[in-house]
Write a protein that binds this ligand. Structure first.
Ligand SMILES: [Zn+2]
Length: 189
């Protein structure tokens, strides 16, 4: 699925328990971190028409970041840097797998490619996960899901006073939250 859907899904999970902003940020970033292996697209596009094109996107997207080894690294990192260590690490591990699950069910490319996930990479590299019923990246379930997640994000902003914007700037988040509260009134706490 699109990074924005992964971001909103992990944000929603992070918003459920009582966590501090830093732990919410860790969980949210854990939920999109797998797609770091998609950054190779920059190199691939840049070298596309050269003598030695580097196929970093085609070769490594859904490989380097989409596996159990990466998930364990995320878990241990969260455990080391979070405030509520265990809860944050468990939720980070969970949203990481939610990301893989969402990719499995709805990321078919326009060319029909399914982007199978080598879950045990870099070990047992011949075991790949894929699902024959996978729908396309731009299919309606993804659009509906993204819409629902946006609504939940708005609700959390209004009710609890935080939004993904706080990861970038507390001030911008404040403005965002205040806009909702001016429009819909203050939530009863
Ligand atoms: Zn992904």
């Amino acid at each position: 699925m699109q990074p924005i859907t992964h971001l909103l899904a992990s944000w929603t999970v992070a918003g459920i328990p009582r966590l501090e902003g830093r732990d919410r940020a860790i969980i949210t970033l854990a939920g999109i971190s797998a797609d770091i292996d998609g950054l190779g697209i920059v190199v691939e596009l840049a070298t596309e028409h050269t003598q030695q094109p580097l196929l970093w996107y085609s070769k490594y997207h859904h490989v380097i970041g989409h596996n159990l080894t990466f998930a364990i690294a995320i878990f241990l990192t969260a455990l080391a840097i979070a405030k509520r260590r265990l809860l944050t690490a468990v939720l980070a591990f969970f949203v990481f797998h939610l990301h893989l699950f969402c990719d499995l069910i709805g990321s078919r490319g326009p060319d029909g490619y399914q982007w199978p996930i080598p879950y045990f990479y870099p070990f047992l590299q011949n075991i790949e996960l894929s699902w024959s019923g996978q729908w396309a990246l731009n299919a309606w379930p993804n659009i509906v899901l993204t819409f629902i997640l946006i609504m939940i994000t708005f609700y959390l902003a209004w009710k609890k006073g935080f939004s993904p914007l706080e990861i970038i700037s507390k001030k911008v988040n404040r403005v965002f939250v205040d806009t909702f509260r001016q429009r819909f009134g203050k939530p009863q706490s």
